[in-house]
Ligand binder design. Structure first.
Ligand code: ATP
Length: 317
């Protein structure tokens, strides 16, 4: 049993995709186990959709291998595809059918029928939070509800690996939360999830491990905390106020935890090795040196800082 649980559901090795002179995906390798949510975090055009298109067997790889539950994935492979639930960015639902009718239609295509189809449809509606709107035509759904239904369709056949391509782009906050909650629940139930996003908050909340992707390459991979250590793990403390800020800056530079002090018109920005521990001494030190501090902010490093550190670019457009 333990052996089954620790086996990789997905194993990607040396994956490359070339379009003419452009290498859209460049030597990408990673693996995902049952119950693990793995994030591909990168800006638009980083290569995320191309990676998952190869993982799902929609397009052939130029080089490298994709193994799903031990089987080689290729566009002609059918067994491995049954293990996957792919939820693309584009919606694939019928506007003139209700939510429930859409699920039943796609469920039948996947070989479900009778009581099993009804039960699974109800389970999926519950999971994506659409039970109370199941009887409405989907053309009346909000964008977020349509997106949730799209995810539901990918779940009907109980895949071992769910692939979600930027599932929350352009959706309302309620639907976004409902999507994130559904992914968390599926993960607890043992599903492996491959999640692409350019929102670092989502990667931080959902993903056990994250690959930071830029220009087709994995720039770094690890847990959130492992990635944060790449930045040197320093915090920023912003002090706002008035008084003698030049003297305060000089005094604060002498404190052991303070690596750097920058000054602007309204305050001081400090780079500090352990912000929460050093905070009290910094505020006291600034006051003793003649600064009147009116506000204090600690900014801990996040995945945005990691991306900036690795690529010199901001994650957001
Ligand atoms: N069929 C194609 N032919 C030529 N170039 C392509 C093709 N598909 C993707 N590309 C290029 O490959 C690169 C990666 O695109 P990809 O769609 O995988 O990025 P992404 O990270 O998923 O971004 P987005 O979220 O915008 O889709 C881009 O430069 C894109 O223009």
């Amino acid at each position: 049993m333990i052996e089954v649980l620790t086996k990789d559901v997905l194993d990607v090795s040396g994956l490359v995709k070339r379009y003419g002179d452009l290498t859209a995906v460049d030597d990408v390798s990673f693996h995902i186990r049952a119950g693990e949510t793995y994030g591909l975090l990168g800006p638009n055009g980083a290569g995320k959709t191309t990676i998952i298109s190869m993982v799902a067997g929609l397009i052939p790889a130029s080089e490298g291998t994709v193994r799903v539950a031990g089987r080689d994935m290729t566009p002609s492979e059918t067994q491995a595809k049954r293990i996957i639930g792919l939820v693309p960015q584009e919606l694939a639902i019928y506007p003139d059918l209700t939510g429930r009718e859409n699920l039943k239609f796609f469920g039948r295509l996947q070989g479900l029928s009778g009581k099993r189809l009804t039960e699974r449809t109800n389970e999926v509606l519950e999971l994506i939070g659409l039970s109370d709107r199941a009887g409405d035509l989907t053309k009346k759904y909000s964008g977020g509800m349509k997106r949730r239904l799209n995810i539901g369709i990918g779940l009907l056949h109980r895949p071992s690996l769910l692939i979600l391509d930027e599932p929350t782009v352009g959706v309302d906050p309620q639907s976004r939360n409902s999507i994130l909650e559904a992914v968390e629940k599926l993960s607890v139930e043992g599903m492996a999830v491959l999640y692409t996003t350019h929102y670092m908050e989502e990667a931080e909340r959902l993903c056990d491990r994250i690959a930071v992707i830029d220009e087709g390459r994995i720039q770094a991979e690890g847990t959130r905390d492992q990635l944060i250590t790449l930045t040197g793990g320093v915090d920023r403390i912003n002090l706002r106020g008035g008084g003698n800020m030049s003297r305060a800056a000089e005094a604060l530079r002498m404190l052991p935890a303070v690596q750097r002090v920058d000054k602007d018109g309204t305050g001081l920005m400090l780079t500090v090795s352990d912000g929460p521990t050093a905070l009290a001494g910094i505020v006291t030190g600034a006051g003793d040196a003649g600064m009147s501090v009116t506000s204090v902010e600690i900014v801990r490093p996040d995945l945005e800082s990691v991306f900036l550190h690795l690529t010199g670019k901001a994650l957001r457009d």
